[in-house]
Design a protein around this ligand. Sequence first.
Ligand code: UDX
Length: 436
Amino acid sequence: MRIAMIGTGYVGLVSGTCFADFGHHVTCVDKDQSKIDALLSGKMPIWEPGLDGLVAANVARGRLSFTTKLSDALNGAEAVFIAVGTPSRRGDGHADLSFVFAAVEELAKALDHPVVVVTKSTVPVGTGDKIAALLKEHKAPDGCSVASNPEFLREGAAIADFKHPDRILVGAEDERARQVLAEIYRPLFLNKAPLLFTGRRTAELTKYAANAFLAMKISFINEMADLCEAVDADVQDLARGIGLDNRIGAKFLHPGPGYGGSCFPKDTLALLRAAEEAGVEQRIVSTVVKVNDDRKKAMVERVAKALGGELAGKRIGVLGLTFKPNTDDMRDAPSIPLVTALVERGAEVVAYDPVGREQAEPLLPAIHYAETPERVAVDADALVVVTEWDEFRGLDLRELATKMRGNALIDLRNIYDRVDAERAGLRYFGIGRGRT
Ligand code: UDX
Protein backbone atom coordinates (compact mmCIF):
# COMPACT_ATOMS: atom_id res chain seq x y z
CA MET A 1 0.00 0.00 0.00
CA ARG A 2 1.13 3.57 -0.63
CA ILE A 3 1.16 5.75 2.45
CA ALA A 4 1.90 9.46 2.92
CA MET A 5 3.16 10.55 6.35
CA ILE A 6 2.86 14.26 7.12
CA GLY A 7 5.36 15.32 9.80
CA THR A 8 8.76 13.77 10.47
CA GLY A 9 8.93 14.25 14.24
CA TYR A 10 9.24 11.33 16.63
CA VAL A 11 5.94 9.68 15.84
CA GLY A 12 5.93 10.43 12.09
CA LEU A 13 9.46 9.32 11.39
CA VAL A 14 9.30 6.16 13.48
CA SER A 15 5.84 5.16 12.22
CA GLY A 16 6.68 5.92 8.58
CA THR A 17 9.91 3.95 8.78
CA CYS A 18 8.27 0.97 10.46
CA PHE A 19 5.40 0.94 7.93
CA ALA A 20 8.04 0.86 5.17
CA ASP A 21 9.75 -1.97 6.99
CA PHE A 22 6.44 -3.91 6.88
CA GLY A 23 6.65 -3.65 3.07
CA HIS A 24 4.47 -0.60 2.41
CA HIS A 25 5.64 2.30 0.25
CA VAL A 26 5.92 5.36 2.44
CA THR A 27 6.69 8.97 1.57
CA CYS A 28 7.39 11.20 4.54
CA VAL A 29 6.74 14.88 3.99
CA ASP A 30 7.81 17.80 6.12
CA LYS A 31 7.79 21.56 5.55
CA ASP A 32 11.22 21.90 7.14
CA GLN A 33 13.64 21.76 4.21
CA SER A 34 16.70 21.36 6.45
CA LYS A 35 15.13 18.34 8.17
CA ILE A 36 14.32 16.70 4.83
CA ASP A 37 17.83 17.49 3.50
CA ALA A 38 19.33 15.92 6.61
CA LEU A 39 17.15 12.81 6.25
CA LEU A 40 18.04 12.52 2.57
CA SER A 41 21.69 12.49 3.56
CA GLY A 42 21.05 9.83 6.21
CA LYS A 43 21.14 12.12 9.29
CA MET A 44 18.42 11.59 11.89
CA PRO A 45 16.72 14.67 13.39
CA ILE A 46 16.18 12.75 16.65
CA TRP A 47 18.36 10.44 18.71
CA GLU A 48 16.59 7.08 18.74
CA PRO A 49 18.45 3.77 19.02
CA GLY A 50 18.27 1.72 15.79
CA LEU A 51 16.39 4.31 13.75
CA ASP A 52 19.22 5.33 11.40
CA GLY A 53 19.86 1.74 10.33
CA LEU A 54 16.16 1.04 9.71
CA VAL A 55 15.75 4.26 7.70
CA ALA A 56 18.83 3.48 5.60
CA ALA A 57 17.69 -0.10 4.90
CA ASN A 58 14.23 0.96 3.75
CA VAL A 59 15.50 3.88 1.68
CA ALA A 60 17.90 1.45 -0.01
CA ARG A 61 15.01 -0.93 -0.81
CA GLY A 62 13.10 1.96 -2.39
CA ARG A 63 10.20 1.78 0.08
CA LEU A 64 10.89 4.94 2.07
CA SER A 65 11.42 8.44 0.71
CA PHE A 66 11.41 12.02 2.00
CA THR A 67 10.15 15.20 0.41
CA THR A 68 8.94 18.72 1.17
CA LYS A 69 6.34 18.48 -1.62
CA LEU A 70 3.00 17.20 -0.41
CA SER A 71 1.76 16.46 -3.94
CA ASP A 72 4.68 14.02 -4.47
CA ALA A 73 3.74 12.16 -1.31
CA LEU A 74 0.07 11.92 -2.29
CA ASN A 75 0.71 10.29 -5.64
CA GLY A 76 -1.20 7.00 -5.48
CA ALA A 77 -1.51 7.13 -1.66
CA GLU A 78 -4.48 5.34 -0.11
CA ALA A 79 -3.81 6.53 3.43
CA VAL A 80 -2.45 9.87 4.63
CA PHE A 81 -1.22 9.96 8.23
CA ILE A 82 -1.02 13.23 10.10
CA ALA A 83 1.81 13.16 12.62
CA VAL A 84 2.57 16.83 13.17
CA GLY A 85 3.16 18.32 16.63
CA THR A 86 0.35 19.20 19.04
CA PRO A 87 2.26 21.18 21.68
CA SER A 88 0.67 22.79 24.73
CA ARG A 89 -0.81 26.14 23.78
CA ARG A 90 1.13 28.84 25.60
CA GLY A 91 -0.63 29.93 28.74
CA ASP A 92 -3.67 27.64 28.84
CA GLY A 93 -2.52 24.02 28.36
CA HIS A 94 -4.93 23.32 25.48
CA ALA A 95 -3.43 21.20 22.71
CA ASP A 96 -2.38 23.57 19.92
CA LEU A 97 -3.99 22.15 16.78
CA SER A 98 -2.82 24.82 14.36
CA PHE A 99 -0.25 22.48 12.72
CA VAL A 100 -2.87 19.75 12.33
CA PHE A 101 -5.45 22.05 10.76
CA ALA A 102 -2.89 23.71 8.47
CA ALA A 103 -1.82 20.25 7.25
CA VAL A 104 -5.44 19.21 6.62
CA GLU A 105 -6.22 22.38 4.69
CA GLU A 106 -3.20 21.93 2.47
CA LEU A 107 -4.04 18.26 2.05
CA ALA A 108 -7.64 18.99 1.02
CA LYS A 109 -6.41 21.35 -1.68
CA ALA A 110 -3.71 18.99 -2.98
CA LEU A 111 -5.75 15.77 -3.16
CA ASP A 112 -7.00 14.55 -6.54
CA HIS A 113 -8.43 11.24 -5.28
CA PRO A 114 -10.18 10.12 -2.07
CA VAL A 115 -7.97 8.85 0.78
CA VAL A 116 -8.26 7.76 4.37
CA VAL A 117 -6.91 10.59 6.54
CA VAL A 118 -5.54 9.18 9.79
CA THR A 119 -4.48 11.21 12.83
CA LYS A 120 -1.47 9.75 14.62
CA SER A 121 -0.78 12.96 16.50
CA THR A 122 -2.36 13.03 19.95
CA VAL A 123 -5.44 15.19 19.42
CA PRO A 124 -8.34 16.13 21.70
CA VAL A 125 -11.63 14.31 21.41
CA GLY A 126 -13.67 15.71 18.54
CA THR A 127 -10.70 16.70 16.38
CA GLY A 128 -11.57 14.03 13.78
CA ASP A 129 -14.98 15.69 13.31
CA LYS A 130 -13.27 19.05 12.73
CA ILE A 131 -10.88 17.46 10.23
CA ALA A 132 -13.81 15.95 8.32
CA ALA A 133 -15.49 19.36 8.20
CA LEU A 134 -12.26 21.06 7.04
CA LEU A 135 -11.80 18.52 4.25
CA LYS A 136 -15.31 19.32 3.03
CA GLU A 137 -14.86 23.07 3.38
CA HIS A 138 -11.67 23.01 1.31
CA LYS A 139 -13.26 20.78 -1.32
CA ALA A 140 -11.32 17.55 -0.85
CA PRO A 141 -12.53 14.85 -3.29
CA ASP A 142 -15.74 13.08 -2.22
CA GLY A 143 -15.26 9.77 -0.45
CA CYS A 144 -12.45 10.72 1.96
CA SER A 145 -12.62 9.11 5.42
CA VAL A 146 -11.16 10.34 8.69
CA ALA A 147 -9.81 7.89 11.28
CA SER A 148 -7.90 8.10 14.55
CA ASN A 149 -4.94 5.80 15.18
CA PRO A 150 -3.11 6.99 18.28
CA GLU A 151 0.47 5.93 18.81
CA PHE A 152 1.70 4.61 22.15
CA LEU A 153 5.44 4.33 21.48
CA ARG A 154 7.98 5.46 24.05
CA GLU A 155 11.07 7.44 23.18
CA GLY A 156 14.21 5.35 23.42
CA ALA A 157 12.24 2.15 22.74
CA ALA A 158 10.23 3.52 19.83
CA ILE A 159 10.95 0.88 17.19
CA ALA A 160 10.39 -2.07 19.51
CA ASP A 161 7.20 -0.46 20.82
CA PHE A 162 5.93 0.16 17.31
CA LYS A 163 6.68 -3.36 16.13
CA HIS A 164 5.46 -5.15 19.26
CA PRO A 165 2.58 -3.05 20.51
CA ASP A 166 0.32 -4.16 23.36
CA ARG A 167 -2.55 -3.16 21.09
CA ILE A 168 -3.30 -1.20 17.94
CA LEU A 169 -6.17 1.22 18.36
CA VAL A 170 -8.23 2.37 15.41
CA GLY A 171 -11.13 4.78 15.75
CA ALA A 172 -13.16 4.87 12.57
CA GLU A 173 -16.68 5.67 11.47
CA ASP A 174 -16.82 3.76 8.16
CA GLU A 175 -15.91 0.41 6.69
CA ARG A 176 -13.36 1.70 4.17
CA ALA A 177 -11.26 3.34 6.89
CA ARG A 178 -11.37 0.14 8.95
CA GLN A 179 -10.32 -1.96 5.94
CA VAL A 180 -7.43 0.30 4.94
CA LEU A 181 -6.06 0.40 8.49
CA ALA A 182 -6.50 -3.35 8.93
CA GLU A 183 -4.47 -3.84 5.75
CA ILE A 184 -1.72 -1.46 6.90
CA TYR A 185 -1.36 -3.24 10.25
CA ARG A 186 -1.84 -6.79 8.93
CA PRO A 187 1.85 -7.68 9.46
CA LEU A 188 1.46 -6.85 13.15
CA PHE A 189 -1.71 -8.68 13.94
CA LEU A 190 -0.34 -11.72 12.19
CA ASN A 191 1.98 -11.56 15.23
CA LYS A 192 -1.10 -11.42 17.46
CA ALA A 193 -1.08 -7.74 18.41
CA PRO A 194 -4.74 -7.06 19.22
CA LEU A 195 -6.34 -4.68 16.75
CA LEU A 196 -9.07 -2.78 18.55
CA PHE A 197 -11.71 -0.91 16.57
CA THR A 198 -13.65 1.82 18.33
CA GLY A 199 -15.51 4.95 17.37
CA ARG A 200 -13.28 7.86 16.38
CA ARG A 201 -13.99 9.96 19.47
CA THR A 202 -13.35 7.03 21.78
CA ALA A 203 -9.95 6.36 20.18
CA GLU A 204 -8.97 10.02 20.55
CA LEU A 205 -9.91 10.03 24.22
CA THR A 206 -8.35 6.63 24.92
CA LYS A 207 -4.88 7.96 24.13
CA TYR A 208 -5.26 10.70 26.75
CA ALA A 209 -6.76 8.29 29.26
CA ALA A 210 -3.79 5.90 28.81
CA ASN A 211 -1.21 8.62 29.39
CA ALA A 212 -3.13 10.07 32.34
CA PHE A 213 -3.40 6.63 33.94
CA LEU A 214 0.34 5.98 33.59
CA ALA A 215 1.11 9.44 34.98
CA MET A 216 -1.18 8.60 37.90
CA LYS A 217 0.69 5.34 38.59
CA ILE A 218 3.97 7.25 38.74
CA SER A 219 2.57 9.93 41.03
CA PHE A 220 1.07 7.24 43.25
CA ILE A 221 4.36 5.44 43.75
CA ASN A 222 6.17 8.75 44.28
CA GLU A 223 3.81 9.60 47.14
CA MET A 224 4.20 6.08 48.54
CA ALA A 225 7.98 6.66 48.43
CA ASP A 226 7.57 9.78 50.58
CA LEU A 227 5.51 7.78 53.06
CA CYS A 228 8.09 4.98 53.11
CA GLU A 229 10.75 7.50 54.06
CA ALA A 230 8.65 8.78 56.95
CA VAL A 231 7.81 5.35 58.37
CA ASP A 232 11.07 3.54 57.55
CA ALA A 233 9.72 1.20 54.86
CA ASP A 234 11.14 0.35 51.44
CA VAL A 235 9.28 1.49 48.32
CA GLN A 236 11.15 -0.87 45.98
CA ASP A 237 9.82 -3.85 47.92
CA LEU A 238 6.42 -2.21 48.23
CA ALA A 239 6.26 -1.68 44.43
CA ARG A 240 7.10 -5.34 43.89
CA GLY A 241 4.58 -6.36 46.50
CA ILE A 242 1.75 -4.55 44.77
CA GLY A 243 3.03 -4.96 41.19
CA LEU A 244 2.90 -8.76 41.30
CA ASP A 245 -0.85 -8.42 41.63
CA ASN A 246 -1.97 -8.75 37.99
CA ARG A 247 -4.73 -6.26 38.58
CA ILE A 248 -2.09 -3.63 39.35
CA GLY A 249 0.88 -4.65 37.19
CA ALA A 250 4.57 -4.08 37.89
CA LYS A 251 5.28 -1.46 35.24
CA PHE A 252 5.38 2.30 35.81
CA LEU A 253 5.90 1.89 39.54
CA HIS A 254 9.45 3.26 39.67
CA PRO A 255 9.66 6.22 42.02
CA GLY A 256 11.79 9.15 40.93
CA PRO A 257 12.02 12.91 40.54
CA GLY A 258 8.65 13.16 38.73
CA TYR A 259 7.64 12.41 35.16
CA GLY A 260 8.70 14.59 32.23
CA GLY A 261 8.97 14.23 28.47
CA SER A 262 6.96 15.23 25.47
CA CYS A 263 3.72 13.46 26.38
CA PHE A 264 2.68 13.05 30.01
CA PRO A 265 2.95 16.72 31.08
CA LYS A 266 1.31 18.03 27.89
CA ASP A 267 -1.38 15.37 27.57
CA THR A 268 -2.53 15.45 31.19
CA LEU A 269 -3.01 19.23 30.88
CA ALA A 270 -4.82 18.92 27.56
CA LEU A 271 -7.12 16.28 29.06
CA LEU A 272 -7.98 18.65 31.89
CA ARG A 273 -8.76 21.48 29.48
CA ALA A 274 -10.96 19.21 27.34
CA ALA A 275 -12.80 17.99 30.45
CA GLU A 276 -13.32 21.58 31.61
CA GLU A 277 -14.84 22.44 28.24
CA ALA A 278 -17.13 19.43 28.56
CA GLY A 279 -18.09 20.59 32.06
CA VAL A 280 -16.82 17.41 33.72
CA GLU A 281 -14.50 17.47 36.73
CA GLN A 282 -11.34 15.32 36.58
CA ARG A 283 -10.17 15.53 40.18
CA ILE A 284 -7.74 12.62 39.97
CA VAL A 285 -5.86 13.86 36.91
CA SER A 286 -5.73 17.44 38.20
CA THR A 287 -4.21 16.17 41.46
CA VAL A 288 -1.69 14.09 39.51
CA VAL A 289 -0.56 17.20 37.62
CA LYS A 290 -0.13 19.14 40.86
CA VAL A 291 1.64 16.28 42.67
CA ASN A 292 4.10 15.97 39.81
CA ASP A 293 4.80 19.71 39.51
CA ASP A 294 5.37 19.96 43.26
CA ARG A 295 7.61 16.93 43.23
CA LYS A 296 9.93 18.29 40.55
CA LYS A 297 10.28 21.53 42.51
CA ALA A 298 10.92 19.66 45.76
CA MET A 299 13.97 17.71 44.52
CA VAL A 300 16.34 20.57 45.34
CA GLU A 301 15.41 20.19 49.03
CA ARG A 302 16.65 16.62 49.00
CA VAL A 303 20.05 17.81 47.85
CA ALA A 304 20.07 20.64 50.39
CA LYS A 305 19.06 18.27 53.21
CA ALA A 306 21.86 15.85 52.35
CA LEU A 307 24.29 18.77 52.64
CA GLY A 308 23.00 20.06 55.97
CA GLY A 309 20.66 22.66 54.47
CA GLU A 310 23.14 25.01 52.80
CA LEU A 311 23.76 24.98 49.04
CA ALA A 312 25.71 28.23 48.57
CA GLY A 313 29.30 27.52 47.61
CA LYS A 314 28.68 23.79 47.25
CA ARG A 315 29.84 21.91 44.19
CA ILE A 316 27.18 19.50 42.93
CA GLY A 317 27.82 16.82 40.32
CA VAL A 318 24.76 15.88 38.28
CA LEU A 319 24.58 12.55 36.44
CA GLY A 320 22.00 12.61 33.65
CA LEU A 321 19.94 15.52 32.34
CA THR A 322 17.48 14.10 29.78
CA PHE A 323 13.94 13.30 30.96
CA LYS A 324 14.78 9.59 30.74
CA PRO A 325 17.58 7.41 29.34
CA ASN A 326 18.09 6.54 25.65
CA THR A 327 16.91 9.88 24.35
CA ASP A 328 18.40 13.36 23.97
CA ASP A 329 15.01 14.88 24.77
CA MET A 330 15.02 17.56 27.47
CA ARG A 331 11.33 18.48 27.27
CA ASP A 332 9.94 18.96 30.78
CA ALA A 333 12.93 17.08 32.21
CA PRO A 334 13.05 17.05 36.04
CA SER A 335 16.71 18.12 35.74
CA ILE A 336 15.64 21.59 34.59
CA PRO A 337 13.87 22.81 37.77
CA LEU A 338 16.41 20.98 39.95
CA VAL A 339 19.55 22.38 38.34
CA THR A 340 18.02 25.85 38.00
CA ALA A 341 17.17 25.90 41.72
CA LEU A 342 20.64 24.62 42.68
CA VAL A 343 22.24 27.46 40.71
CA GLU A 344 19.79 30.03 42.13
CA ARG A 345 20.73 28.95 45.64
CA GLY A 346 24.41 29.51 44.97
CA ALA A 347 25.66 26.03 44.12
CA GLU A 348 28.15 25.34 41.37
CA VAL A 349 26.85 22.55 39.11
CA VAL A 350 28.85 20.19 36.90
CA ALA A 351 26.77 17.85 34.78
CA TYR A 352 27.28 14.89 32.50
CA ASP A 353 24.78 13.31 30.13
CA PRO A 354 25.73 10.67 27.54
CA VAL A 355 23.77 12.29 24.68
CA GLY A 356 21.73 15.21 26.04
CA ARG A 357 24.34 17.96 26.28
CA GLU A 358 23.47 19.73 23.02
CA GLN A 359 19.77 19.94 23.94
CA ALA A 360 20.55 20.81 27.56
CA GLU A 361 23.03 23.64 27.04
CA PRO A 362 20.54 26.30 25.87
CA LEU A 363 18.18 25.40 28.72
CA LEU A 364 20.84 25.18 31.42
CA PRO A 365 23.53 27.66 30.35
CA ALA A 366 24.86 28.55 33.83
CA ILE A 367 26.54 25.22 34.57
CA HIS A 368 29.69 23.33 33.58
CA TYR A 369 29.46 20.28 31.34
CA ALA A 370 31.83 17.36 31.83
CA GLU A 371 32.86 14.69 29.33
CA THR A 372 32.70 11.73 31.70
CA PRO A 373 30.87 10.76 34.91
CA GLU A 374 34.25 10.59 36.68
CA ARG A 375 34.98 14.25 35.84
CA VAL A 376 31.65 15.20 37.45
CA ALA A 377 32.83 13.72 40.74
CA VAL A 378 36.03 15.76 40.97
CA ASP A 379 35.84 17.98 44.09
CA ALA A 380 32.05 17.52 44.31
CA ASP A 381 30.33 17.87 47.67
CA ALA A 382 27.46 15.76 46.38
CA LEU A 383 26.61 13.59 43.39
CA VAL A 384 23.00 13.53 42.20
CA VAL A 385 21.69 10.85 39.83
CA VAL A 386 18.84 12.45 37.87
CA THR A 387 18.54 10.10 34.85
CA GLU A 388 19.08 6.33 35.07
CA TRP A 389 21.38 5.86 32.05
CA ASP A 390 22.74 2.30 31.97
CA GLU A 391 26.32 3.54 31.98
CA PHE A 392 25.81 4.96 35.49
CA ARG A 393 24.76 1.61 36.95
CA GLY A 394 28.21 0.07 36.78
CA LEU A 395 30.26 3.08 37.92
CA ASP A 396 33.01 2.36 40.43
CA LEU A 397 31.62 4.12 43.50
CA ARG A 398 34.90 3.77 45.37
CA GLU A 399 36.74 5.61 42.60
CA LEU A 400 34.07 8.35 42.53
CA ALA A 401 34.26 8.73 46.31
CA THR A 402 38.02 9.28 46.22
CA LYS A 403 37.63 12.07 43.66
CA MET A 404 34.95 13.93 45.66
CA ARG A 405 35.58 16.42 48.45
CA GLY A 406 32.26 15.56 50.10
CA ASN A 407 30.52 12.20 50.32
CA ALA A 408 26.78 12.56 49.60
CA LEU A 409 25.23 10.38 46.89
CA ILE A 410 21.65 11.42 46.13
CA ASP A 411 20.18 8.72 43.95
CA LEU A 412 16.88 10.05 42.56
CA ARG A 413 16.38 6.87 40.47
CA ASN A 414 17.35 4.19 42.99
CA ILE A 415 20.01 2.64 40.75
CA TYR A 416 22.50 1.96 43.55
CA ASP A 417 22.43 -0.17 46.65
CA ARG A 418 22.80 1.58 50.00
CA VAL A 419 25.23 -1.03 51.33
CA ASP A 420 27.50 -0.76 48.26
CA ALA A 421 27.48 3.03 48.45
CA GLU A 422 28.27 3.02 52.16
CA ARG A 423 31.07 0.50 51.66
CA ALA A 424 32.55 2.93 49.13
CA GLY A 425 32.51 5.62 51.82
CA LEU A 426 29.46 7.52 50.57
CA ARG A 427 26.39 8.68 52.47
CA TYR A 428 23.47 7.29 50.45
CA PHE A 429 20.14 9.06 49.92
CA GLY A 430 17.71 7.10 47.73
CA ILE A 431 14.01 7.59 47.06
CA GLY A 432 11.64 5.89 49.50
CA ARG A 433 14.20 3.49 50.89
CA GLY A 434 13.71 3.89 54.59
CA ARG A 435 14.57 6.84 56.82
CA THR A 436 17.26 9.10 55.39
C1 UDX B 1 5.05 8.08 27.14
C2 UDX B 1 4.16 6.84 27.07
O1 UDX B 1 4.79 5.75 27.77
C3 UDX B 1 3.89 6.47 25.62
O2 UDX B 1 2.97 5.39 25.57
C4 UDX B 1 3.29 7.68 24.92
O3 UDX B 1 3.05 7.40 23.55
C5 UDX B 1 4.20 8.89 25.04
O4 UDX B 1 4.47 9.14 26.43
P1 UDX B 1 7.67 8.61 26.90
O5 UDX B 1 7.30 10.01 27.29
O6 UDX B 1 8.58 8.39 25.74
O7 UDX B 1 6.33 7.76 26.60
O8 UDX B 1 8.40 7.94 28.16
P2 UDX B 1 8.03 6.96 29.36
O9 UDX B 1 8.99 5.84 29.34
O10 UDX B 1 6.60 6.64 29.41
O11 UDX B 1 8.42 7.88 30.62
C6 UDX B 1 7.76 9.12 30.86
C7 UDX B 1 8.25 9.75 32.14
O12 UDX B 1 7.82 9.02 33.28
C8 UDX B 1 9.77 9.84 32.26
O13 UDX B 1 10.10 11.08 32.83
C9 UDX B 1 10.13 8.70 33.21
O14 UDX B 1 11.31 8.92 33.91
C10 UDX B 1 8.91 8.70 34.11
N1 UDX B 1 8.66 7.41 34.74
C11 UDX B 1 8.25 6.34 33.99
C12 UDX B 1 8.82 7.26 36.13
O15 UDX B 1 9.20 8.22 36.84
N2 UDX B 1 8.53 6.05 36.70
C13 UDX B 1 8.10 4.99 35.97
O16 UDX B 1 7.85 3.93 36.57
C14 UDX B 1 7.98 5.13 34.57
